[in-house]
Design a protein around this ligand. Structure first.
Ligand SMILES: *[C@@H]1O[C@H](CO)[C@@H](O)[C@H](O)[C@H]1NC(C)=O
Ligand SMILES: *[C@@H]1O[C@H](CO)[C@@H](O)[C@H](O)[C@H]1NC(C)=O
Length: 350
């Protein structure tokens, strides 16, 4: 219509001068805007040119064109709105599933953290047990070494006493055999007593017996020999007993060490298993945390896209409505013009 504007301007003076009542009525009736004023101007020109039939034809065509535009715009609007709606629904579905995944991953992170805490205390406890078992073994070996040392000391001491007693015994036997009448010399007697006191102690019964005997005669010597033989036998018994006891002690020691080894091996396996499970779980935690970070990022982006799409949809819809109401106004103007001209057809034809 704008290319007609120049023509309109050229002829407007004539048009106004010759404006018919029908056109005055129309100008009065239509809302004042650019479209309506151009429409009335155009009609005025056409009517002034006396082509009324052509005017009706033209108006009808404009009405049909605008109706066609409205219909196709409505179809386009429906399809675009459906597309927007489908995007929004898809985004909402994605968002819900992301939220779900974030929740699931958070729950998983909680479980893994709990497991790590349990495994960590298990690991600490197993390590403590290992330490304790190592200390126990050291203690057992230490005790055994001390025991061996102490037995050796006792056996050596006993052997020494035995040697001395055998020597005294031999001396006494020799004296009994060789000196039938006049018995031991005073010096030899003193020497033997000294030796007995040294080996068996000052208050040993044999020392006392020899010491207190008024006469160190054959009867006393035989009595001392008999006592010494008893002591020798008892010392030998003691040595034998200690040897046998050591065989049992060695077996006991071996079985204790064996128990400790089995226990340590089991603890070692536990420790290894716990450590490797712990490492795996720590790795799982890292993966879950990374995944959650990514999911949260996706969730944020999806949320933003959803909001943007909603805004775009609303903007598009409000533009459409504004266009639609413009079109409706124009259509009403055309219809009103058509009707008024039709009503005044006879007058206009004169
Ligand atoms: C025999 O051995 C046991 C254990 O090794 C020990 O406790 C005990 O005192 C020993 N007995 C003797 C008489 O040495
Ligand atoms: C509204 O009309 C304007 C101008 O004709 C056009 O550019 C725009 O695409 C239209 N918008 C809608 C939503 O129909």
């Amino acid at each position: 219509m704008s290319q007609k504007s120049l023509l309109v301007l050229l002829l407007v003076t004539i048009a106004i001068a010759t404006e018919s009542p029908a056109l005055q009525q129309l100008r009065h009736k239509l809302e004042s805007n650019e479209y309506n004023s151009q429409l009335v101007d155009m009609l005025e020109l056409s009517v002034a040119g006396g082509q009324l039939d052509r005017v009706f034809e033209l108006l009808q065509k404009m009405i049909d064109d605008l109706t066609g535009q409205t219909n196709s715009a409505n179809l386009e609007h429906a399809s675009r709105m459906a597309a927007f709606q489908s995007s929004i629904e898809q985004l909402e579905t994605n968002l819900a599933s992301l939220q779900n995944e974030v929740q699931t991953t958070n729950r998983k992170i909680g479980e893994i953290t709990q497991a790590i805490s349990t495994l960590t205390s298990t690991s600490v406890s197993v390590k403590k047990q290992l330490e304790a078992i190592n200390q126990r073994e050291e203690q057992i070996r230490d005790n055994r070494a001390k025991e061996i040392q102490s037995v050796e000391t006792k056996q050596t001491a006993a052997q020494k006493v035995l040697g001395a007693l055998e020597e005294i015994h031999d001396r006494l036997v020799k004296a009994v055999l060789s000196n039938q009448g006049s018995f031991l010399e005073e010096t030899e007697k003193q020497e033997i007593i000294k030796q007995v006191k040294q080996e068996l102690g000052l208050n040993h019964p044999i020392a006392l017996l020899l010491d207190l005997s008024v006469k160190f005669d054959e009867v006393t010597a035989r009595k001392a020999i008999e006592l010494i033989e008893q002591i020798i036998a008892s010392i030998k018994d003691g040595q034998q007993f200690r040897e046998q006891n050591q065989t049992a002690a060695e077996q006991n020691f071996n079985s204790l060490i064996n128990e400790v080894s089995i226990l340590r091996e089991k603890l070692g396996q536990d420790n290894q298993k716990t450590s490797s499970t712990l490492k795996n779980r720590q790795n799982d935690l890292k993966i879950a945390q990374r995944r959650n970070k990514q999911l949260s990022l996706n969730q944020e982006n999806t949320q933003q896209l959803l909001e943007t799409t909603r805004v775009q949809k609303d903007l598009y819809d409000s533009n459409f409505r504004s266009n639609a109401s413009k079109r409706e106004g124009q259509l009403n103007s055309l219809k009103t013009a058509f009707q008024i001209l039709r009503d005044n057809e006879q007058a206009l034809k004169k």
